[in-house]
Design a binder for this molecule. Structure first.
Ligand SMILES: Cc1cc2nc3c(=O)[nH]c(=O)nc-3n(C[C@H](O)[C@H](O)[C@H](O)COP(=O)(O)OP(=O)(O)OC[C@H]3O[C@@H](n4cnc5c(N)ncnc54)[C@H](O)[C@@H]3O)c2cc1C
Length: 475
């Protein structure tokens, strides 16, 4: 780049990871351009090239904290736009192994916002940055480099309605193109080694639908969500939470091929098969607002850039382009936010970031803990292929005990969700005092209250959409 033009960073992909990256790059470069094949500016609905936007995309507490740090006031802005908020361990109703966990406020903010609305708010804030521009409806075709291929100098892009490509020159290119990232292929073409790709076959499927709960038919009390975690003997689960405008988003999921149906009547039956019947009973009295939308997610994926020996200068990778977690644990967007924080620390040194240093810090500070958690839980399902060394089996046994203890002790619930919400390191669950507490509280098994079926009281004068109740007493 000429000094006259100033310094420029180009972000490939303008989804969540690209937007967080652009925010931190805007402080370090004179100009930031975001390239995406979708129409971004002003798009409030679901984008064609972001199909997961149909599904529940919850931002963990750590992600909310970073979002607020990068865009001060955004949480209040969301709340002002009817986005409800709650506490992950205090006002969400959780079921683990079919048992209801004791609730306790954990200072773990959760926002009830559907993905396109969240993305719109973040993008609006990025648009307000004076040195950021969007290159929309452009396909990214490849990278340009110096003749010796040691440094990336820009990206080759093509407008979707044109037949010729052009080059956007840049001092730094950041790949945020998601799971389908072409960086491994480009590296190989440039004579570099591809990163090792670690995958776990989980054969997961989601089905999501939105509802309006009828007045007088609200079964939730103060709770903003009812979530059931799938477990080995019952590989089905759901998240059901209050979102903006008083609507409810229901995502059902099943792993290892036990997939929820998209047919409405069969979906009601499927809901009835979940260990706790609250969600089915709530939905029986709710008005569906759209059709059930499916999404398949066959494998998790991590690209080990941090173990490479050589990498061209001027190129970084972030977000799903590096790691695609099992989406059930809602880690992707928060890890994308963490990636931006790591990126910022490498930009603030004043010099151009050294890619391999960035990747090593990214692994250590943003990805490892979340990835290990995902793997640990995925491997509790005997059908998920992978090694289960003694350390993993012990950690799985302990996690089971944590979930049992959490039916009796709200402090355990809060600590569990602090780790799951990426606010605390997983090691905090292994402190001797906490382990003793878990051990003692789990000795007698799940509490009696946690196994009591939730009795749904049908509201007077409100007719159910689905007639058959899961409980005789609720009819
Ligand atoms: C079913 C499902 C549910 C999920 N639920 C959650 C959740 O609850 N919580 C959570 O935190 N995360 C969740 N995730 C993950 C989350 O969606 C991602 O982590 C998040 O979107 C960040 O991804 P990204 O920005 O890296 O990539 P993406 O969101 O995939 O975006 C990539 C962008 O790059 C653009 N692009 C790609 N290739 C090209 C090209 N060649 N030319 C031009 N543009 C291109 C695309 O148009 C797109 O805008 C879920 C994912 C799935 C699949």
């Amino acid at each position: 780049m000429s000094h006259e033009a100033g310094t420029r960073a180009v972000v490939l992909g303008g989804s969540i990871a690209g937007l967080f990256a652009a925010r931190v790059l805007a402080d370090a470069y004179d100009e930031v351009q975001i390239v995406d094949r979708d129409k971004l500016v002003g798009t409030k609905g679901i984008r064609r090239f972001c199909p997961q936007s149909h599904q529940a995309n919850g931002l963990l507490a750590r992600g909310v904290h970073i979002m607020e740090e990068l865009f001060p006031g955004i949480v209040q802005e969301l709340k002002d736009n009817t986005v409800p908020s709650g506490d992950l361990s205090g006002s969400c109703r959780w079921y683990a192994q079919g048992n209801r966990l004791k609730q306790q406020h954990g200072d773990l903010i959760t926002l009830g916002v559907i993905r396109p609305v969240l993305e719109w708010h973040i993008r609006e804030r990025v648009q307000q940055l004076p040195n950021v521009t969007f290159v929309e409806e452009h396909d990214i075709l490849g990278l340009t480099t110096t003749p010796d291929k040691s440094k990336v100098t820009g990206a080759r892009v093509q407008a979707r309605d044109e037949s010729t490509d052009k080059v956007i020159e840049a001092d730094l290119v950041v790949d945020a193109t998601g799971r389908g990232s072409r960086t491994p292929v480009w590296l190989e073409q440039l004579g570099y080694e591809k990163p090792f790709e670690e995958r776990k076959k989980i054969d997961l499927a989601y089905v999501t639908q939105h509802f309006r709960v009828r007045p007088g038919a609200d079964p939730f009390g103060k709770d903003v969500a009812i979530n059931q975690i799938a477990f080995p003997s019952h590989p089905r689960g759901n998240v059901f939470f209050l979102v903006e405008d008083g609507k409810w988003e229901l995502t059902t999921y099943g792993i290892l091929g036990d997939h929820p149906p998209t047919d409405q009547a069969k979906l009601y039956e499927w809901l009835k098969s979940l260990p706790a019947k609250d969600v089915y009973e709530a939905v029986r009295y709710a008005e569906p607002l759209d059709e059930p939308q499916p999404f398949r997610f066959p494998t998790t994926l991590r690209r080990h850039y941090h173990t490479l020996k050589r990498f061209p200068e001027g190129l970084l990778v972030t977000g799903d382009a590096i790691t695609c977690f099992n989406p059930v644990y809602a880690q992707g967007m928060s890890v994308a936010a963490l990636c931006a924080i790591v990126m910022r620390s490498h930009l603030h040194s004043g010099a151009a970031p050294v890619p391999l240093d960035y990747f090593r810090d990214l692994a250590k500070d943003a990805i490892d803990a979340a990835w290990e958690m995902t793997n640990l839980v995925d491997l509790t399902f005997p059908g998920v292929p992978g090694e289960r060394p003694l350390k993993v089996r012990m950690a799985q046994k302990f996690l089971k005990r944590v979930q049992i203890a959490a039916t009796r002790d709200g402090k355990v619930t809060a600590a569990y969700f602090k780790a799951a919400g990426l606010v605390a390191r997983p090691e905090t669950l292994q402190r001797p005092g906490f382990m003793l507490r878990v051990w003692l509280k789990s000795l007698l098994g799940p509490s009696k209250a946690s196994r009591q079926p939730y009795v749904y009281r049908a509201p007077a004068g409100v007719e159910p959409v689905v007639r058959e109740s899961a409980y005789p007493e609720a009819a």
